[in-house]
Design a binder for this molecule. Sequence first.
Ligand SMILES: Nc1ncnc2c1ncn2[C@@H]1O[C@H](COP(=O)(O)OP(=O)(O)O)[C@@H](O)[C@H]1O
Ligand SMILES: [Mg+2]
Length: 492
Amino acid sequence: MSIKTRFLLSYVAVIIIAITLLIAAGFLFSFAITGDVKAIEHFYKKSYVQKPLTTVEESAFLDLKVLAKNSPQQLLDIEQLQKIGDSSIGIVVRKDHQLIYTSHSNHEQMLLNSLPGFEATNINTRDTIMMENSFYTYVKFDFYFPDDTEGSIFVLKQVSSHAEVIRELLPILLGILFLFFMMIIGLLNYLVSRSIIKPISTLKEGAKRIKSGDLNFAINVHSNDEIGQLNRSFEEMRIKLKDSVQLQLQYEENRKELLSNISHDLKTPITSIIGYVEGIKDGVANTEEKMDKYLTTIYTKAKDLDLLIDELFLFSKLDLKKLPFNVETIDLHQYIRDYVEEASFDLVSREIHVQYTSFNKPLYVMADRDKLRRVLANLLSNSEKYMDKQEKQITISLLEKSDEVVIQVMDNGIGIDPNALPLIFDRFYRAEPSRNSQTGGSGLGLAIAKQIVLEMDGDIWVTSELSKGTSIFFSLKKAEEKVRNSEKNITN
Ligand SMILES: Nc1ncnc2c1ncn2[C@@H]1O[C@H](COP(=O)(O)OP(=O)(O)O)[C@@H](O)[C@H]1O
Ligand SMILES: [Mg+2]
């Protein structure tokens, strides 16, 4: 059974029960107040049965009233009375508790009992009485006969019997009830379907789409109730799933690209190594000078290969978190000064000017010496690789922050396109996809640097301006901060 049907059935049940209880309560209530079961009957009588007299009956009543006012003794004349109304009109003349005349002679006694008493003021002249399960509506006029006895004239009209009233009212009542019932069911159904069924259907639809592999839709949530929360969680799940699928696809793409890159990068030096070796074998390198040149080339190409393989190996180990880190307190100022001094030998020979600016005071940070060296080497090699100026300038600076030290490596190279900026730390990403040998690289340099910096609790970011230059920043936690933090952790 669907939820919708279940709700529908439960409304029907609730409404039936409610109506039954309401009727029962109504009966009990009126009984409790009046102590009389007939009170309800009275209600019907008052509300539904008071129908007006016909014009013929009204004019008969007026005739009688004129007689009663002007010559009441004529009301004792039966023949006169018979003339006033035909037999269909119920006329009653009463004189001092005696019925002088009645057109319905069959229940005189009952009429005497049921008709209202004398009232000289003639205020309550119209009402309904009940006789033998039948309702009668009447008009009354009270007057005095010449002998000063109390006289009353009535024109009566049978309205309907008790059963008839019920019979007459029942369909209307039932109709109203049914209408009411349908309206409530309709309304409840609308409300429930809007607040429950619809969101559930949306959820079902969403689940179906996810099942079929479609994640490109959104579940709009408007309510904050349990179902709204469920839909919200579902929507979050869809977004996460979509992200992870996209990431998966991205990985897949990266892997394919890497494979093709590696193949290309391995193939180029190997092809030239093979070429040079064949040259030696065929005796092309017939002079010592040529031989030396050939061997040097083979050696450099093999070195390049070795480097590339190292890089891949390092990255995969970092990626798998399989590389041990030997983090220790080091004086960054001295470390970088030494590093720059050492690197300058090489760089100066390629006309690159390296400058180091610092406060000239010890700055203790927590870092792994070898890994830090790797990061700096990668950054410097990029600055060198992506350099297009005559005056090649690389500046390394230290910036001290409250709990960390930021290292800035700035160059005046080609700069990075703003669109590429967020991607350069991604594995295998290269802003310039054509892999010429001069700027060739795996696209792993910055990814490796990022992995290392993150592993040492730092952060890495970039600012760049196209054709002006690039600054790569990375931060390292200060040593004393580390000590303080770990002390805090211990005391906590
Ligand atoms: N100093 C820089 N100047 C200009 N572009 C840079 C610089 N450093 C990195 N890039 C860009 O970021 C990309 C990713 O760098 P990296 O991960 O080291 O890969 P690779 O050097 O192998 O290309 C580079 O391909 C390059 O486009
Ligand atoms: Mg690089």
